[in-house]
Write a protein that binds this ligand. Structure first.
Ligand code: SF4
Ligand code: SF4
Length: 483
């Protein structure tokens, strides 16, 4: 037998790196954990993707500003009337009881955003997110009042001068004007926009309208003017979730390291390949145009809002150098590593598409089957029953009946299948579109015919114009127990 010890298998453990602070240089008293924000002065750039962005940004802005002025059936098409607790979305009127529909719609929107992220990364952030849209508008104003990036950098460093005060003053005034219009429009989704404008022009705004307009003016001014990318980096959760939503086949904006490295400046006509250089001339234009101040060449970062400014910047350099475009481009991690084409049919994307289709179908079917009528019964809580001088037993109720349709309706009201009990109520109920009425109803019965002290009863409300529109509401009829 051999005396050799059996071979040792190495311990199975995850390799770690000691991250404890260097005892020599670490001095807790001198470490500043607060990193001051570096102001980002992004250079403007034009190009294919920036043209698309301009279209989507102005389209988003136009929809936002114009929607409160669209009327439908004589009222504001999109109105969230909180005091009345009614939400109008074109031909639909939603009540608090219809909360299901609104929450379902929000869940559907969330799933659509997840699917879009799996498909094309943060394309929503880059093209239609309100933070992006308003920041871009504010940047355009900044560009026209203070000049291009270099002029703004010079102005930042320069001392106080009349020109600086005028230019900066004009910029802030325009920012505040845009913020003010944004705020009025936003409040116009909750208070009828025409009424709001009339009150504004006649200085007769209510306290809360004034408060919310002031609040949203300030919020827009701060978010788009001062905080900008900080909102995306530190306040918006979507960017943080990005890495768990995308997969290796999602479209992302990426630098082609294999093609671009090693980077280095060179003359246009030199044989840079012979010098061992890649296609990146290290001009840093892609960094200068980035609104979040990152270097796309460092790889996928959560700060990247996929505005594609670096693509347009790099393409313009590639054109100047006579190289092929696309050193920075929309691609996927899989294509970058293994080549090939974009893979659309992926399990995750198919799964999202299926879920969204099912949810949208459920929503539409539920909406189609929704009866535009609501009935609620409130029993008189002061008295269980009362006896009249004629010896009859009476119970009182209030019926709240809401016409959720867009046209005036006429309804009939009846008590279902309790022959011992008779009802006193108006024969016809006329209710305007989106209105609710309260109807007092009295039920009475001759105690000699009552066989029990408690009857389950049902009020049935039926539209006179449309047979399919009916709703019922249940309650109880109570009588003395000694029978
Ligand atoms: S890295 Fe490129 S796409 Fe991402 S935010 Fe910066 S400029 Fe936009
Ligand atoms: S713009 Fe293009 S060439 Fe210039 S540094 Fe960026 S990646 Fe390199």
């Amino acid at each position: 037998m051999s005396d050799k010890p059996p071979p040792q298998t190495p311990p199975r453990q995850i390799p770690t790196r000691d991250q404890s602070p260097d005892p020599v240089i670490f001095n807790p008293g001198s470490v500043d954990l607060y990193a001051k924000r570096e102001k980002i002065q992004a250079r403007s750039i034009s190009g294919f993707f920036q043209n698309i962005r301009i279209i989507t940004i102005w389209a988003t802005l136009a929809v936002y500003l114009l929607l409160p002025w669209v009327t439908w059936d004589g009222r504001q098409a999109l109105l969230f009337d909180l005091p009345e607790r009614k939400f109008y979305i074109f031909w639909w009127t939603f009540l608090p009881q219809d909360f299901f529909f609104l929450s379902w719609l929000l869940i559907l929107a969330a799933f659509s955003l997840f699917a879009l992220t799996v498909f094309a990364g943060r394309v929503y952030c880059g093209y239609i997110c309100p933070q992006t849209v308003w920041t871009k508008i504010f940047m355009i104003i900044e560009h026209y009042t203070e000049g291009e990036r270099n002029a703004r950098l010079r102005m930042d460093k320069a001392g106080l001068s009349l020109e600086k005060v005028l230019r900066r003053g004009m910029k802030h005034l325009l920012w505040l004007a845009v913020a003010f219009i944004t705020a009025i429009t936003f409040v116009g989704y909750f208070t009828p926009a025409k009424t709001l404008t009339h009150e504004l022009l006649h200085f007769s705004l209510g306290f809360w309208e004034f408060f919310w307009i002031a609040f949203f003016t300030l919020a827009t001014y701060m978010n788009a003017g001062w905080m900008r990318e900080q909102v995306c980096l530190f306040m918006c959760p979507y960017g943080r979730f990005q890495s768990v939503m995308i997969d290796r086949d999602s479209l992302i904006i990426s630098y082609d390291k294999a093609r671009g490295d090693p980077r280095g400046s060179r003359r246009k006509e030199t044989d840079y390949k012979a010098q061992g250089l890649g296609d990146c001339i290290d001009c840093t234009l892609c960094v200068q145009v980035c609104p979040t101040g990152i270097d796309i060449r460092d790889g996928l970062q959560y700060e990247c809002i996929q505005c594609a400014a670096c693509i347009d910047a790099c393409d313009s350099i590639m054109d100047q150098m006579g190289y092929a475009r696309g050193l920075v481009r929309y691609t996927t991690e899989n294509i970058l590593e293994n080549g090939g084409k974009y893979k659309l049919l992926r399990l995750r994307l198919i799964g999202y598409a299926a879920v969204i289709s099912i949810m949208a179908s459920v929503f539409l079917v539920a909406l189609a089957l929704r009866v535009p009528l609501e009935v609620e019964t409130i029993r008189d809580r002061n008295q269980l029953y009362r006896e009249t001088s004629a010896g009859m037993i009476e119970n009182s109720y209030l019926l709240k009946i809401m016409n959720k349709s867009q046209k005036a309706e006429s309804y009939s009201l009846r008590l279902e299948a309790v022959p011992e009990i008779s009802m006193r109520a108006p024969a016809t109920l006329d209710i305007g579109p989106g209105e609710m009425i309260t109807v007092p109803v009295t039920l009475s019965a001759d105690p000699g015919y009552l066989k029990q002290s408690k009857y389950d009863i049902t009020f049935a409300v039926q539209s006179r114009q449309d047979e399919g529109v009916h709703k019922s509401s249940e309650s109880r009829f109570l009588a003395p127990t000694s029978r």
